[in-house]
Design a protein around this ligand. Structure first.
Ligand SMILES: [Zn+2]
Length: 437
């Protein structure tokens, strides 16, 4: 057994003892969920008796919860405690994205900080580390989660947020940051910025570990950035609707992410038949929270495709591992480390009167970085003949898209009916042309 543990008893708990704890917590969770408007009505509709859970497999008789359920009951419909008991709220930031929110009680926050501390310790962080958190603070929960988990461990946390990468590197040098937490999508730009500044991460900074979350990171990409930066990159998994980070993380074996099963009951289902799949098969990850007080979720369909690795891990932890998330089933996509929904772009374009009905969203790799390119039809082709008007309209659209998504797009205006005439498919869709290796 190598490495450090945050809570060795719980991290190496026997399966038998773990399953007992899960069943006890599952029963409580179903009772608690039943206190929310949403679950009370869902359980009634599916004739679920909250006290009918007698074994873990009974979970399979319960209905699923979807992202749409969360948005249509936003913000208070899924709350299972009195509003006076909640102390923290997080949500997504775009005005036009499907709304998802999460509330925490005081106990939820302390459980979350312990889970983040457990995750960061599993990744190899220690109390003498200096953690630079390179994600937004505010409505999204990731920055807050890193901060409370780091503080729980006693590390110095630098809430760097979403500042320029040049300034991030200055901070690393000034304060001697040893661990970075960042969205995987900014790794290419980080490598470029080190290169532009003529700096070598291992020589010019003290960074010794990178924890990458949020975005998909293929094994090829991980190898590539491990090699370019010469710093180990550890994958972390979490979702806005529950905890991010603090759900699953790689240990030093780097063979899948341990998901904390004392807090999360994991199923993998076939997204078409909705039937559970055995360990080892790829399918949609479904999570039932086991300890959330304010907003328990029952059989929540994450939209993330992965599989369970259930063979023992060399680190000694007994919690099963999730393989790399290989795909997302919903239309959420990540660009430059930010999560976007196509509807955010659709709703923004709708509000620009000079824009026609059709557009296509392209994501390309340019100079190693993600680039958002939106080709948009104009209502009146005269705009294309007047350079001043063209420039003004392009700028207006670009500013509005940035306001909504915090990503600066390149706008290409095209003639009315351009897509039909050119027989271009994927109207109003996202075409991801990025290099995945
Ligand atoms: Zn392990």
């Amino acid at each position: 057994m190598e490495g450090q543990f945050w809570d060795i008893r719980l991290e190496t708990i026997s399966r038998e003892e773990l399953e007992k704890l899960q069943l006890y917590r599952l029963k409580n969770t179903i009772q608690r969920a039943n206190a929310s408007l949403f679950y009370r009505s869902l359980f009634k509709q599916f004739q679920v008796k909250p006290d009918a859970i007698t074994k873990l497999q009974d979970i399979q008789n319960l209905p699923f919860t979807t992202r749409n359920d969360l948005s249509s009951h936003y913000p208070f419909g899924i709350l299972s405690v009195e509003r006076s008991e909640v102390v923290c709220f997080h949500s997504n930031s775009g005005a036009f994205a499907p709304k998802k929110g999460i509330f925490y009680t005081k106990d939820d926050l302390s459980a979350w900080s312990a889970l983040v501390a457990r995750s960061f310790t599993t990744a190899g962080m220690v109390s003498t580390d200096i953690l630079q958190v390179m994600v937004d603070f505010g409505l999204q929960n990731t920055g807050h989660g890193c901060e409370i988990g780091g503080e729980e461990m006693g590390v110095l946390v630098i809430p760097a947020g979403n500042i320029s990468l040049h300034r991030q590197i200055q901070l690393m040098k000034e304060l001697g940051s040893t661990v970075l937490y960042l969205p995987a999508g900014i790794l290419p730009s980080l490598v470029d910025t080190f290169y532009d500044l003529n700096l070598t991460p291992t020589l010019d900074t003290d960074v010794r570990l990178i924890i990458a979350g949020e975005d998909l990171l293929t094994p090829q990409q991980k190898n590539k950035y491990d090699n370019l930066l010469k710093i180990p990159i550890i994958r972390s998994y979490g979702i806005l609707e529950i905890n991010s980070p603090g759900m699953a993380i790689e240990c030093e074996q780097q063979d899948g992410m341990h998901i904390w099963e004392d807090y999360f009951l994991v199923e993998i289902i076939d997204p078409v038949t909705l039937k559970p799949l055995p360990a080892g098969q790829w399918g949609e990850l479904v999570i039932t929270t086991l300890n959330q007080e304010a907003m328990p979720l029952v059989r929540y369909r994450t939209g993330d495709v992965t599989r369970i690795i259930d063979k023992p891990c060399g680190c000694g932890r007994t919690h099963q591992r999730l393989d790399v998330v290989s795909q997302r089933l919903d239309d959420l996509f990540f660009i430059q480390g930010r999560a976007l929904y196509p509807i955010q772009i659709a709703e923004t374009l709708k509000r620009v009167p000079e824009v026609g009905d059709n557009y296509v969203i392209y994501i390309d790799t340019e100079n190693n970085n993600d680039q958002l390119i939106i080709e948009v039809e104009v209502v009146d082709n005269l705009y294309l003949d007047n350079y001043g008007k063209l420039e003004c309209l392009t700028k207006n659209i670009s500013t509005r898209i940035f306001e909504e998504t915090k990503v600066t797009p390149r706008i290409k205006l095209v003639q009315n009916n351009h897509f039909i005439q050119q027989n271009i498919k994927h109207l109003k869709q996202v075409v991801d042309r990025r290099n995945k290796s």
